[in-house]
Design a protein around this ligand. Structure first.
Ligand code: ATP
Length: 697
């Protein structure tokens, strides 16, 4: 029976085809998958560059190009194009097997040949060449074949290599990119070797190479699987993991492990696959968790898509961390009466007034969370001796005694009234779990780890016994958007020696990523292990438009322009659901919604997770944007005094450390918003621009 494979690049192309063409493709391939003599549907192409290319009829006007190896029975769809274009593609491209990885690769041979004469001429007069420092034998060992070798030898600078990204085989381009970026051949080999076995590959056996190429070809078992892939083509992660991601997913760890990486590097994808893997191993229930309801909702959708076996799916419990605390609490005490945040603030105010302590309610609330709860302090003595890292304002012992008095009064009032805050529910649930010998979970997998608070980490630690593969966490401290900071070590989670970093961004173009990274330049950001985190090396290999920065005299002019931009995107074929508008305040959400309404543009307020299938432009606060992505994104109202808003920043004179921390958090929030854009980003303001934006260029 024939096996159909779909090349990853085609899935990206598929999303951009018009609906009727997509339907034709699905129909043609479903028919193809049904017959036992699949070859019967394929036609030889007389002048194809690669004799193993065949064409498949999609409609009168459209053709697909399929790779049909000489032996074996697997067929891989490489591209679908208008008739003439498809044949032209087949005349330019060739498939081969990479000697180092044993995987299939496709290259535009004609483009390599066309660019050689000019590059050779330039190289003749250049004093040095890009790869002078690397021997031929080293390049060959890294999988560079003869044609790419000749090409690499005439390169004189890295912009020429950048331009070759679109036509060289991608694995080989990656190797050259690494070497040009200053990595030694050994370092590049170490990256490759982590992904492949030390096996001799038969570079003629394309069929075996297709089987090995799970990073670029998905082999489809039957029409239903094919339909599922085409229904969610953007969920390419469902079927593909980069080998580096796969090694993180499949590793066995002696204890807690974590993966870090900049935005869009696939951390969420990795956590879902990790949960799937652990649930498949079947040692017990996997808790998959994060810090908000919206995010856990999108994890749940992802898990449903990814995990087909209902038995395995049942072993993955997706819930956000406060939900877990609430569940454990209820099991023992029934539902808690929660004191809402504004009431909590009033309670602090009344404590301040009653005891006449010289501190603000905000200061006391933060001291309680970040010192008392975070360090599990239960007595005045413990508080007097406690480290107060990260708390700006120094306190003498008499001041500490007064703070403690206020905190004691606050906690005592909660007890007396029988009310709880989210934090105290979490603390109580942790106490209950610590008493249990039977823990509710065998594994815990955490996404967006940077935003969990110390009390939440303690809860998770208590929910799973300490053993191999107990906790797996993914996060990026550059994307922290709440005030929670933690030292993992302090909460009993040691990941030393079990940390991996992902560096390739799959979401955003290189232009958008580079510009967004510039927003954080110079910031010192912790790594949750008492050191500093680095985002160096985070890169995207997809090129696109530069972000557009636009200032307007008035808010009206800015929103009018936003409407025009959204219309232009839609006219260019972008679906409304693929467009997002991010703003800092709820009030601006309403303004933008009103402007889109008046213009008749379909839109909706972002309340929960979205997978881009809604037929409406998503408008939401920057906080709501976490974990999402949009093909085109406008970040609006990035105006002085609005980003950051004065209300979100502790005045410097009141507490310089808190001021720095708040400012950094707001900067990170803008960074998170901007890195949600996949292809196009527009950042605008009215009046003076936000101090976070680079000054006029
Ligand atoms: N190996 C891969 N090949 C192709 N696309 C990938 C791969 N891994 C991830 N992606 C895609 O990249 C995008 C970003 O992935 P994901 O959301 O997991 O990143 P992240 O690191 O969690 O991002 P962030 O921290 O910004 O929320 C998604 O569209 C995902 O489908």
């Amino acid at each position: 029976m024939a096996r159909l494979g779909i090349d990853k690049d085609f899935l990206h192309e598929f999303t951009k085809l018009e609906k009727p063409v997509q339907e034709r493709v699905t129909r043609a391939l479903t028919k193809f998958g049904h017959v036992s003599h699949a070859g019967a549907h394929l036609e030889k192409i007389a002048d194809a560059r690669d004799p193993r290319f065949r064409s498949i009829r999609i409609s009168d006007f459209w053709r697909g190009i399929v790779l049909a190896p000489d032996s074996g029975d697997s067929y891989t769809l490489l591209t679908v194009r208008p008739h003439d274009d498809a044949y032209a593609w087949a005349r330019r491209h060739r498939a081969s097997v990479n000697a180092a990885t044993g995987r299939v690769e496709i290259r535009d041979v004609a483009a390599v040949e066309d660019s050689m004469p000019a590059l050779s001429r330039m190289a003749e007069t250049a004093p040095t060449r890009l790869f002078d420092h690397v021997k031929d034998s080293q390049l060959r060992r890294l999988g560079i074949d003869e044609q790419t070798l000749r090409f690499a030898r005439v390169l004189t600078d890295s912009t020429q290599l950048d331009a070759a990204k679109s036509f060289l085989p991608s694995n080989q381009w990656d190797v050259l990119f690494g070497l040009a970026a200053g990595y030694t051949p050994e370092q590049v080999w170490a990256e490759l070797a982590a992904e492949v076995t030390e096996e001799e590959f038969d570079t003629e056996d394309l069929d075996a190479a297709v089987e090995r190429s799970s990073d670029r070809v998905v082999l489809v078992d039957g029409p239903e699987e094919l339909m599922a892939i085409f229904r969610h083509p953007l969920a390419t992660w469902r079927v593909y993991l980069h080998p580096r991601q796969r090694s993180v997913v499949e590793a066995s760890y002696g204890g807690p492990a974590r993966v870090t990486g900049g935005p869009g590097t696939g951390k969420t994808v990795v956590t879902m696959h990790r949960a799937h893997q652990l649930a498949t191993e079947g040692e017990g229930t996997v808790l998959m968790t994060t810090f908000t309801a919206t995010l856990s909702e999108s994890l749940r959708t992802g898990v449903q898509l990814l995990v087909e076996d209902p038995g395995v799916r049942e072993r993955i419990d997706v819930r956000h961390v406060d939900q877990l605390a609430n569940r454990i609490f209820r099991e023992h005490h029934g539902p808690p009466t929660i004191l809402p945040p504004e009431k909590e603030r009033q309670l602090w105010d009344s404590v301040v007034a009653e005891l006449e302590v010289p501190f603000t309610a905000a200061f006391l609330g933060e001291e309680w969370r970040q010192v008392v709860l975070a360090r599990r302090i239960g007595s005045a003595e413990e508080y007097l001796n406690a480290k107060r890292d990260g708390r700006g304002r120094a306190l003498g012992s008499r001041q500490k005694a007064r703070v403690w008095q206020a905190i004691w009064e606050f906690e005592n009032t909660l007890r007396r009234r029988g009310v709880w805050t989210y934090e105290t529910v979490c603390v109580e649930a942790t106490r209950l779990l610590e008493q249990r010998t039977e823990k509710p979970y065998r594994h815990v997998v955490v996404d967006e780890a940077q935003d969990l608070s110390p009390v939440q980490w303690r809860l998770l630690r208590a929910a799973v016994p300490e053993q191999p593969n107990d906790i797996f966490l993914a996060g990026d401290t550059h994307q922290r958007i709440y005030n929670n900071r933690v030292s993992l070590r302090d909460v009993g989670i040691r990941v030393v020696g079990r940390s991996s970093r992902l560096t390739v961004n799959y979401r955003t173009t290189a232009e958008i990523l580079a510009w967004s990274l510039g927003l954080l330049r110079g910031e010192r950001i912790d790594d949750m292990e008492e050191g500093l985190a680095s985002i160096a090396g985070c890169r995207s290999e997809v090129r696109g438009r530069h972000p557009r920065l636009l200032g307007f005299p008035t808010k009206n002019a800015e929103t009018e322009h936003l409407v025009t931009t959204v219309r232009e995107w839609m006219d260019a074929g972008v679906q409304p659901g693929e467009i997002g508008v991010a703003v800092r305040s709820h009030r601006l959400v309403d303004t933008v919604m009103a402007a889109l309404s008046a213009a008749g543009v379909p839109h909706e307020k972002l309340l929960g997770a979205t997978d881009g299938t809604e037929q409406a432009v998503a408008v939401g606060t920057m906080h709501r944007m976490k974990g999402l992505e949009f093909r085109c994104l406008a970040v609006v109202g990035v105006t002085e005094h609005h980003v950051p808003p004065a209300s979100a920043i502790t005045p410097e004179e009141e507490d310089p450390a808190a001021h720095r921390r708040d400012t950094q958090r707001e900067r990170c929030l803008l960074f998170v918003a901007c890195t949600r854009a996949r292809e196009q980003l527009v950042v605008s303001w009215h009046g003076a621009r936000s101090p976070f934006l680079p000054a006029e260029e």
